[in-house]
Design a binder for this molecule. Structure first.
Ligand SMILES: [Mn+2]
Length: 315
């Protein structure tokens, strides 16, 4: 049997880590024309590791280069900057919930992209359309779907959360035996907030995505946490890491935001350089020469609140 690998974006968060496993469960059991193998490109974040451990599921293997002609299903991105060179690979399917990012393919393929809170939500609906009932989804797969929704929608509080996410979370959490969703979400967010062993540069890139805006190579990092003060304390090191990364990797701009998951608000790390002007202009805030972080009230979603603003003005 041929092999098809299922893989998400680099710097995998919970959705990008578990969606390949969720998809592989379906394709192996109900399509079964290939051996479907879930992968991650590099080490998943601590929240994803916590989720898999809690549900007793193995971490997917790490791989990010493939022989020409390898079949792939891409989940949770269509942004080439978050993938490897796919020009000689055969992408057979895409399941995602982001804006289209420019990925090209050499053959026709199945593409399901929906504006919902997580790729796991897209997959759940895809299973329904293909005749899979709630009862057929095992408890551990249901637990992965619930976890991905909680993670990507900040427990349904993000503006990316839809009615569909709410309903799929209710059904899958119930199936997985997660009786107190809020307590489980809190445990996930605590796991993600542990920065004790991360270097400043790792914190900036931990949950970062690269974009091309006009002629600019832009990196947008967010760090979702229930302990924002731990990041505020590291201002000097983090600002230094941004400067170093810009020089080493040739980014024109790096934007970094601390997202306070409990207060549902965001903080931009002030650089006291021309990058700051886009934040002032885009979000209508003042930045004083002594400011270290500036609050962008209610801004929690890179996808829905940060990228759409910055891509229009960083040109
Ligand atoms: Mn996602």
């Amino acid at each position: 049997m041929d092999t098809t690998y299922i893989i998400g974006h680099k710097n995998p968060d919970t959705d990008a880590t578990v969606s390949p496993i969720i998809a592989a469960w379906y394709f192996n059991n109900y399509v079964a024309d290939n051996a479907y193998i879930p992968l991650v490109q590099n080490a998943p974040n601590k929240e994803a590791v916590f989720v898999l451990k809690k549900l007793g599921i193995e971490l997917p293997a790490q791989q990010s280069s493939f022989k020409p002609g390898t079949k792939l299903i891409i989940v949770d991105t269509t942004n080439p900057a978050e993938l490897f060179d796919t020009s000689e690979l055969e992408i057979v399917g895409i399941y995602d919930h982001h804006k289209l990012g420019g990925l090209k393919t050499s053959k026709p393929l199945e593409v399901i992209v929906q504006p919902v809170g997580s790729t796991a939500t897209v997959l759940y609906q895809y299973f329904s359309i293909n005749g899979i009932s709630e009862e057929q989804i095992p408890a551990d797969i249901a637990g992965l779907i619930a976890s991905a929704i909680i993670s990507d929608t900040l427990n349904l509080k993000s503006p990316t959360a839809t009615k569909i996410d709410k309903e799929v979370l209710r059904v899958t959490a119930n199936k997985a035996g997660i009786s107190d969703i809020d307590a489980y979400a809190q445990d996930m967010f605590e796991a993600k907030s542990d920065i004790s062993d991360l270097m400043p540069e790792q914190i900036i890139t931990y949950d970062s995505k690269e974009y091309t805006f006009g002629n600019n190579r832009v990196l947008i990092g967010v760090f979702e946490t229930v302990k924002p003060e731990k990041l505020f304390e590291k201002y000097v090191e983090l600002a230094g890491a941004i400067e170093k990364l810009k020089q080493e990797k040739g980014y024109n701009h790096i934007f970094f935001f601390v997202i306070d998951v409990l207060e549902q608000t965001g903080y931009y790390l002030v650089q006291q350089n021309p990058t700051d002007k886009y934040i002032k202009e885009g979000f209508g805030v003042q930045i004083a020469p002594t400011d270290r972080f500036v609050e962008l009230k209610g801004v929690v979603s890179r996808k829905k609140q940060i990228v759409p603003v910055l891509e229009k003005i960083v040109v």
